[in-house]
Design a protein around this ligand. Sequence first.
Ligand SMILES: O=P(O)(O)OC[C@H]1O[C@@H](O)[C@H](O)[C@@H](O)[C@@H]1O
Length: 219
Amino acid sequence: MPARALIFDMDGTIVDNMRYHEAAWGKLLAAHGLPFDADEFFHRTAGMASDEILRPLFPAAGPDEITRLGHDKELFYREAYRPHVAALPGLLTLMARADAAGIPMAVASAAPPGNIEVVIDTLGLRSRFATIIAPSQGFRGKPNPDLFLGAAERMAVAPEDCIVFEDAPNGIEAARRAGMRAVAILTMLGADAFSGFDNVVASATDFTALEGLPALRFS
Ligand SMILES: O=P(O)(O)OC[C@H]1O[C@@H](O)[C@H](O)[C@@H](O)[C@@H]1O
């Protein structure tokens, strides 16, 4: 069944930037004398909001300290990634096809507003999305389904009519809990990392390989 709405994760999906996030997390944790295993960290935390990631790592920290630590990490990340922003191959072609067919599109990202600006505004894409939804608007991060359900509701499309594009297991799980089909974008992990999810309809390293996918044949 062709999708009636597209929901894009941002980090690792619209752009291939998760290595910059991992490096920033590594720098923050090293500065506080905490151990860091990049692969384990990505599997466990990618798609969660920064405060959700930080609270268990700094159990003695109060809310202000958690906010400050999050700011530090995002400053490291943005300084390193800003010169490299580039859309994943095939994204703009898929978005043009969706536009032509009247298919609404949303971004559902765990990122804070400053990070969304760096990616979405640098690419000039903000006006192309029906909505951009994030934890700063009061939603829980992934694997909770809140961001995806909120995006579908704002687009007035049923969850089963949405296709989610995601690079992280927590995001695919969030789509599953939302009752949505998902395409795994393999910027960080291989296809085998997503073999256990029954909502994954395809996987690809970028959007160019998804042209013939039945769910994306809009007309
Ligand atoms: O939901 P998205 O767009 O993939 O964003 C997830 C990322 O958002 C970032 O803000 C966090 O620091 C990352 O660790 C997290 O994985």
